[in-house]
Design a protein around this ligand. Structure first.
Ligand code: 5GP
Ligand code: ZN
Length: 111
């Protein structure tokens, strides 16, 4: 998509602090980290959220989840995988992304 921030990160048009990539997904550090490890894992293909991705691109969905697991395993310990979906759930970028949060105790329930 022409006007999508995360599509521009996938293409390299906008720089990011990349940590890993796979056939269908790209991982980079969040610009405003909420934990010692805060990595965003996104599909290369544009889909607005995880539900749409799962329906349209099941192979990319599994690939994205595997990349998120690898990043969490490399950090070690507990982690949280978050897909904010919809504006009231604080989704601000409408290109599917998983937040991998780790490196501190994570409270529950989330705010
Ligand atoms: P959301 O609120 O949609 O679940 O998460 C979007 C995330 O993208 C936020 O945590 C925000 O800090 C991050 N973000 C927004 N713009 C950029 C950017 O240009 N680069 C990077 N690395 N992260 C960004
Ligand atoms: Zn996009």
């Amino acid at each position: 998509m022409d006007d999508c921030l995360f599509c521009k990160i996938v293409s390299g048009e906008i720089p990011s602090d990349g940590v890993a990539e796979s056939e269908h997904a790209v991982a980079f550090r969040d610009v405003n980290p909420q934990a010692p490890t805060h990595v965003l894992v996104i599909p290369r293909v544009h889909q607005p959220d995880i539900g749409s991705l799962a329906e349209a691109e099941p192979e990319a969905t599994v690939d994205l989840l595997r990349l998120a697991k690898k990043i969490a395993d490399d950090v070690g310990g507990s982690y949280r995988l978050v897909f904010n979906t919809g504006a009231d759930a604080h989704q601000t970028v409408f290109h599917c992304h998983a937040h991998v949060l780790a490196g501190r105790e994570l409270g529950w329930p989330p705010g």
